[in-house]
Every structure is written in structure tokens, then in C-alpha cells.
Design a protein around this ligand. Sequence first.
Ligand code: FPP
Length: 287
Amino acid sequence: MSAKLIKLWRIKKKNCSTFNVGVETRVNEHDVARLSPDKAARLTQLERIDPLRLPRHVAVIMDGNGRWAKERHLPRSLGHQRGRRAVRRLIESARRAHIPVLTLFAFSSENWIRPQAEVDSLMHLFAHALERDIEDLHANGIRVQFIGERERLTSQICELMARAELQTVQNQGLHLLIAVSYGGQWDILQAATRMARTAQQGWINLDDSAQVRQCFEANLATQDCPPVDLFIRTGGEQRISNFLLWQSAYAELYFTPCLWPAFSEQHFVTALNWFSERNRRFGGVEE
Ligand code: FPP
């Protein structure tokens, strides 16, 4: 690693509450120049992205399964099944890129109004994916967590979720959050309610704004995760659709017309490269 990169790495480590765990094992443009042509040629595009400019938290609205299926005269449920393959691809790419946190919007609070047959097929797909994929995720050091209103899910799904969370809780690799029956407004309301109860019991001082913020954020479903840096939505729509509203306050929004089942590692690399060129000021001015 070059001296400049080591220095930047130290600065970033000092300034970040949740640090990009894999950054020291990755290479950037400067290092690529120092590798043998053979080794450099073997690096994937994912591994070439400047590790200092990677997002700490990527959130994805996986939209377009239905249209992908319709274009091929297939049932919507097949679009969701192909969507699951794209989920597996993205998790693997995010793991290899050393992205610390990835949150996927699998089913929103509003999706309950879909035809019962589609809701059932999606729930069946989640249960099946949980049973089939959890060992693999665990073997790859991925910590799995679910966010959303569990009261609305069947006891079978809740059990599978709890088992997956328990099995992977100690894993130190990618932290994967799957939002099921999740809505950003629900999240804010439940965090506010819990905070109000904490205040009623005298545990926090409501006049201390730093304490209020800390307590509120600790009660969000995402708890100690860093805020969303990169918010991706596939399928061509340009809206946030009640996903991670508080957490995405300063996220960079990336919209792509690509329908979710077709989302590949190349699409992800393009999004990460786009993100790496953003000039993020967080309300300040450029130095
Ligand atoms: C939105 O596309 C997609 C969903 C509501 C479901 C997302 C589910 C998956 C990607 C399947 C597997 C997920 C996991 C976590 C195992 P849409 O149906 O609204 O598409 P449309 O806008 O084209 O109709």
C-alpha cells in the first residue's frame, strides 16, 4: 500500500464511527500501477474502486421484477424468483467489495395491498430463500438481520428470521439487513414511541438534544448502522417509497432503468464508481 493511501486510511479510520472493515486489504489506482501486469489484469473492476471512496451503507429498492416478467410473457412470481438470483449476486459483490452494510427492501408496509396470491408467493419465496441460503451466508461471514413489522408475518417466517439472526450474529463480514414489512414512517413512529417511554421513565432529558438524537437513533430498526451513503433504486422510478427515510437524509440517490432481475455486478460497479465521484458536503462548503 502506498504511503499516501496508508495516511488517508488512518485519517478515515480516525474520523469514522463505523469503519470500512476491508479497506486495508483493497487496492486503488496508485497500487494497481505498482502491481505486475499479470496481477493487475486479474483484478476485477470491483477490486479497483478506490476503497476510500466506497459507501459504508448501501440501500437498495429492488424494483422491476413484475415488468421483467411481463416483457417475457412470464408470471410475476417468476420475476420475483429471478429477483432472488439478483439478490444473491449483489450480496456476493457487496461482500467482495467490503461494503460494511447493505440493506435490501424486500417487502414494504404498503406491499400488503397486493393481490393475496402475490403476497403468498413472495412470503413463500422468502421462507425458501431463508432455508436454502442461510448456511452459505453464514459460511461467508455475513451477519443477517431483518427489519420491519414482524407482527404482520407468519410465525413460520418469524422463526426462520430469528434463527438466521441468531446463527449469524457473531459474523464480522458484511452486515446484511433485509427489510420485510418495513416502512420508513413506521420506523420513525416506533422509535419515537420507544423514546417517549424512555423519557417517561426519566432515563433521558428531553431538553438535551444530543441525548434525544442518540436515544432516537438507537431505537430505529437500523440501530447502530451508519447512515445510508448510497441509495440505489432499479426499475426507472425516481422516488424513495417510504424506505429508510431518516437514515437516508444525506444519501446519494442513484436511479437506474435496469429492471431488478437484470441487475448485475457490472451495474453495481457503475453505481459505486458514480458514488465515488460525488462531492459530498453534508450542508457545508467545499474546502
Ligand atoms: C418490486 O418489484 C419487488 C418486490 C416487491 C419484491 C422484491 C423481492 C425480491 C427481489 C425477491 C427475493 C428477495 C429476497 C430478499 C430473497 P415489482 O414487483 O413492484 O416490479 P414492477 O414494478 O415491475 O411491477
